[in-house]
Each structure stands twice: as structure tokens, then as C-alpha cells.
Write a protein that binds this ligand. Structure first.
Ligand code: EPZ
Length: 420
């Protein structure tokens, strides 16, 4: 298993290029392979483990996929199969995205019930009730979700869970509704940019969707969908992670291709903490000139502060003087990174779904272990700022969502090497 060796204390300076969005690419690939009848070429696709996993699932379902130089070509083929097996789904929860499209296109689906992960139990009840609202019969047996529908019929529904809207359920139901008879209205829909990108792709292959990006999305069913050429939005969480990297090393980075309307809450919080952020046509210039200030953060669905940036903010606050309260409202258990940061000398305690971060002078390098994508990312950030050497183990978690992060960081002055 690969690991990163990082020598801390180096300022990051220069330009770092943001890759395409993982969380837009995954559902768009599903839509192209299962709902579309024509070949799609999707540009700006990141070279990530999760994209490889998703292509594996789509190939089992009969599609042909090819990823070369950030261009993913998807030929739906004969829409041959409707089963997504356990050994593939267990590797990536986002495989649940095939459920709605399979039922819409083939009238049936058999998808292994996705398990939990390091950040929580990850239920899919909203996905299932959303599809039942469209007329699917769904049962769970032998660890599989079995769904059938002679035809899907549009209906009105709310996809609100205990912590607000659901990105996955909104995407799944929106994709299924494109081929349903009549109109579907989703209330309390997720407003994330990745949902907007998915809706734009679906409309580009012939769907009729209005309101994506707002809490009310209307999908007017159509008979068939084709293929198209499309380019995926930049990854706002990768961009936000690099903004935090510039801040934690008191560096000077241009985060190329970052989009201001995707990072409003993150920009606001970093500026409140004393980070200088200058938005330009080609991205965000991030510098630190003064002492940073501790700030409180509360994660919430878009346009609120993203849960996927919670760990990175804890990392930055861990070496910022003062007390910072970081409250996680989406995945209450998403604090595994805290114990590893404390092993590097941070002073953080968890209380009622919040991390209470008492800033320390310096972190000290140590051997630490990544447990999920963003937890791994914050350990890299901490290693960049820490005194001495940090070894980050199990970097395959990081490779799931960051395209060659060590190369991008080394190119702007970080001392980081991958060791197999
Ligand atoms: C997506 O996960 C992202 N993954 C996550 O990013 C991200 O953290 C999350 O949205 C929130 O923004 C992908 O897009 C592949 P949700 P998803 O459904 O769709 C509850 C990363 O780092 N819920 O919006 O699974 C759920 O437990 C990953 O790239 C239900 O109760 O998230 C959570 O508390 C990590 N029932 C809340 O809703 C359901 O049926 C939000 O989950 C579904 C969700």
C-alpha cells in the first residue's frame, strides 16, 4: 500500500490546477451509460480510483468505457444487464446511482445494498422511497435492492432527510424521472453544483429538467435520451482543499479553474479567518499576510459550508490561535481525522457533534493513517505545516478523490513523495 512522506514547513507558491469534479463525473457517467442511447464523450474527467470503479460497474452492465487524457468515452451498448454485484458496489457507495436509471431504462434493477463507511451508516432510504413514489416496487433481499416497474410515472415528492436535502437521492430520482411518464417535482432537492452539472448533462442528451440548483426541480419525462459531448465542472472540494493548503503553509497559490459561485461559503470562512482571497477570471489567488484568526464553522447543504471541507478547516484551525468550534450537521460521526491530528500535537476534542479546536503553536510530524478521502487530505495538509517528517499511510483513500495530489503539491514547493 502506497504512503506519502512529507517534510513540513515549506511555503506553497505558484499555480495549482484543479481537475474535474468527482461527484459530478460519477452520476454523469451513469446517465451516459444507462439512460442514453448514443455515445457520449465527457471531458475534464479526473483520473481517480472512484472513476475507475464506476467504469467497472458500468462495464458489467454492458457499457463500453474508455478514459484517456481526461476524456471519458461511454458507449451504452445494448443495455445488457441490470445487476450491480456486491464485489463492485462494496468498493464504492456511489454505485447506488445505477438504481434509478436501470429501473427507468430496463424496468428492473438488482443492486447490492451499499454498506456504510468511515463517515457514517450512509442510509439510502430516500433513494428507495423516491423511486417508489415514481411507481417502482422495491424490496431488499439477500443484501440486494431489487426494484421493478412496468413504467415509471411522474409524481411530486420531498427528498428531505434528517439533515436536510440528499445529493444522492436527488440525483438518483432526477435521473429516473427523465424517462418517466409525465412530470416529477422534487421539493427540498439538493442544490449542489454537481446536481446542476448532472441536470445540464441530462438536458444535453434530451431530458427536460427545470430548476436544478434550486430546492424545487421539475423533470418532464421524455421517451428517449441520446449521447453528447460534455465537459464536467471543476472539483470545488479539491479547489477548497488547495485553498486550505495555501492558508496552512502561509503560502501564495493561484488555484486555477476554481469557481467563485461554487465556493462562496468556503471563501467567506477563510476570509473571516484572515486569509486573503482574490477571485480572478482564471481562479482564486490565495495568500496569508497576517496572523490567522480562529473561526467557528457549521456544515450544511449547499450553499452552506460543505461537509467535505470540514476536516480541512479543522486542520487549519488546529494551528490558529484561539478556540474554534466546528459543527458537523451532515455526517455527525465524521471526525475520525481528529484522533490522527491529535497524534500530531493538535488539541481537539469532540463534544455533541462538534470539534472544539484549541489552536497550538506547531504540529509535529508523525506517522498517521488515512481513513477516508477527506480525512486523508487533512493529514496531508497537517504534514505540510508540521515540524519534521510526516508519513501518511493508506493513501488509496486519498487517490479516490484527488488526482495525483502529491505531484500537484510538489510542483508548488511541497516536499512530498509517494512511496510504494
Ligand atoms: C454526496 O454523498 C457526496 N458523494 C459526499 O461526498 C458528500 O459528503 C455528500 O453528498 C454531502 O454533500 C458523492 O456525491 C459521490 P447525501 P451522499 O445523500 O449523496 C442522509 C466525498 O468526500 N441520507 O447528501 O451519500 C445522509 O446520511 C463524499 O466526495 C439519508 O438519511 O450524501 C446524510 O446525513 C463523501 N437517507 C445526509 O442525508 C438517504 O437515503 C446527506 O447525505 C440518503 C442520505
Amino acid at each position: 500500500m502506497d504512503k506519502f512522506i512529507i517534510q513540513g514547513g515549506r511555503r506553497l507558491e505558484g499555480t495549482i490546477v484543479v481537475s474535474g469534479s468527482k461527484n459530478a463525473t460519477l452520476p454523469i457517467a451513469v446517465a451516459a451509460a444507462i439512460l442514453g442511447d448514443g455515445v457520449s464523450t465527457i471531458h475534464n474527467v479526473p483520473l481517480l480510483q472512484d472513476v475507475n470503479f464506476m467504469c467497472g460497474v458500468l462495464e458489467v452492465l454492458g457499457a463500453k468505457t474508455q478514459l484517456e487524457n481526461s476524456v471519458l468515452t461511454i458507449d451504452p451498448g445494448e443495455h445488457a444487464a441490470y445487476e450491480a454485484p456486491y464485489d463492485l458496489v462494496r468498493k464504492m457507495r456511489a454505485s447506488i446511482y445505477v438504481l434509478g436509471p436501470l429501473v427507468a431504462k430496463l424496468g428492473r434493477a438488482r443492486v447490492s445494498f451499499p454498506g456504510g463507511c468511515a463517515i457514517g451508516t450512509r442510509p439510502v432510504d430516500l433513494h428507495l422511497t423516491g423511486l417508489e413514489n415514481l411507481g417502482a416496487q422495491i424490496k431488499v433481499e439477500h443484501g440486494y435492492i431489487v426494484a421493478e416497474a412496468n413504467k415509471l410515472v411522474g409524481s411530486d415528492m420531498s427528498l428531505r432527510g434528517p439533515s436536510g436535502s440528499s445529493v444522492g437521492a436527488t440525483g438518483n430520482v432526477m435521473m429516473a424521472a427523465t424517462l418517466a411518464e409525465g412530470t416529477t417535482t422534487i421539493f427540498d432537492a439538493a442544490c449542489e453544483p454537481e446536481i446542476v452539472d448532472l441536470a445540464n448533462f441530462l438536458n444535453a442528451i434530451g431530458a427536460n429538467i427545470e430548476g436544478a440548483g434550486t430546492p424545487v426541480i421539475k423533470i418532464h419525462g421524455v421517451k428517449e435520451l441520446s449521447g453528447t459531448k460534455y465537459s464536467v465542472i471543476p472539483d470545488r472540494i479539491e479547489a477548497g482543499t488547495f485553498m486550505a493548503a495555501a492558508a496552512i503553509t502561509k503560502g501564495d497559490l493561484l488555484i486555477k479553474h476554481a469557481l467563485p459561485h461554487h465556493l462562496g461559503a468556503v471563501t467567506e470562512k477563510l476570509i473571516e479567518a484572515g486569509v486573503n482571497i482574490e477571485w480572478r477570471d482564471d481562479g482564486a489567488r490565495v495568500t496569508v499576510t497576517d496572523k490567522l484568526r480562529s473561526v467557528d464553522v457549521r456544515t450544511s447543504p449547499f450553499p452552506g459550508f460543505p461537509t467535505d471541507m470540514q476536516a480541512q478547516m479543522i486542520g487549519l484551525m488546529s494551528i490558529t490561535e484561539g478556540i474554534s468550534v466546528i459543527t458537523e450537521t451532515i455526517f455527525p460521526d465524521r471526525f475520525i481525522h481528529v484522533s490522527e491530528l491529535n497524534r500530531m500535537g493538535a488539541s481537539i476534542r469532540i463534544e455533541d457533534g462538534s470539534a472544539i479546536v484549541k489552536g497550538v503553536e506547531k504540529l509535529s510530524g508523525a506517522s498517521v493513517m488515512a481513513s477516508d478521502l477527506r480525512a486523508g487530505a487533512v493529514l496531508v495538509l497537517a504534514g505540510l505545516a508540521a515540524e519534521g517528517e510526516t508519513t501518511v499511510l493508506r493513501v488509496y483513500h486519498i487517490d479516490r478523490g484527488y488526482e495525483y495530489i502529491e505531484r500537484k503539491l510538489a510542483a508548488v514547493g511541497a516536499s512530498i513523495v509517494r512511496v510504494s
